[in-house]
Write a protein that binds this ligand. Structure first.
Ligand code: PXP
Length: 254
């Protein structure tokens, strides 16, 4: 069974489209509220709730993280940049898991993977207080063996493989899709003895079934993290149903 982490950031994106009062100045009040969305996701079978607290607080704000962490009742995964401020917040809210992501001011969503290769000592030091607090640490990386091996060496408990290239190639098929699938298979097969394997980004109701059918995925991937497509589908069928449908797809056996 692959666990499903639901990223509810885009509920906050809709709220902030109306209620934003300036960078860092948002209170987190207004509609739609993120907490009922997270609770509906849990009712639909989410095993984990993920939120990305960005440096500029463009969607999720501090209050969202605090209330959802306290009330969601399932594993809470904080996506964050590797800054001192975010480390303090993860420790203060006692996140169950943190996923370290690169963060660009101009990007619409997380675009690339974390640079771990060549920075192993930096990450070892950064992870130390988080690990001491019992927080599971995950590195969001492109499916590249050098990044994956460096993540294990730095002491990350998990790697989250960036599925953006797979999702993009899924639209055209052919060689690019075979290559994207191959790099995922190599990473999961080589790294699963050393770290937990997660995956996510741009997975949706069309490509998730193909992704879990990639060699090694069903066997080794423990968590999928999906946001945009679930929140988009929730507009039509509600959050609970959208999550239920995705959970079924993620665990579909052909
Ligand atoms: N995993 C990570 C690390 C991400 O940054 C994101 C995007 O916020 C996701 C998963 C979910 O991506 P999507 O919204 O495309 O499903």
């Amino acid at each position: 069974m692959i666990a499903l982490g639901v990223n509810v950031d885009h509920v906050a994106t809709i709220r902030q489209a109306r209620y934003r009062s300036g960078p860092g100045g948002s209170s987190g009040y207004g509609e739609p509220d993120v907490l009922p969305a997270a609770i509906a996701a849990v009712r639909g079978g989410a095993d984990c709730i993920t939120m990305h607290l960005r440096e500029d607080r463009r969607h999720v704000v501090d209050r969202d993280v605090e209330v959802v962490r306290r009330a969601c009742g399932v594993k809470f995964n904080l996506e964050m940049a590797g800054t001192e401020e975010m480390c303090r917040i993860a420790l203060a809210i006692k996140a169950d898991q943190v996923t370290l992501v690169p963060e660009g001011r101009q990007e619409v969503t997380t675009e690339g993977g974390l640079a771990v290769a060549g920075r192993v000592e930096h990450w070892k030091k950064y992870l130390a207080p988080l690990k001491a607090a019992g927080i599971t640490t995950s590195a969001f990386i492109t499916p590249d063996l050098a990044q994956a091996a460096a993540s294990a060496e730095a002491g990350f408990d998990a790697i989250e493989l960036h599925t953006g290239a797979f999702a993009h190639a899924y639209q055209t098929g052919g060689t690019p899709l075979a290559e994207a699938a191959h790099s995922i298979t190599r990473c999961v097969r080589e790294l699963s003895p050393r770290v937990r394997i997660h995956a996510g980004h741009a997975l949706n109701y069309h490509n998730t079934r193909a992704f879990v059918a990639v060699d090694g995925v069903r066997e080794f991937v423990r968590e999928l993290h999906i946001g945009h497509s679930i929140v988009s589908r929730a507009v039509f069928v509600g959050m609970e149903m959208a999550v239920r449908e995705m959970r079924t797809l993620a665990n579909h056996v052909a």
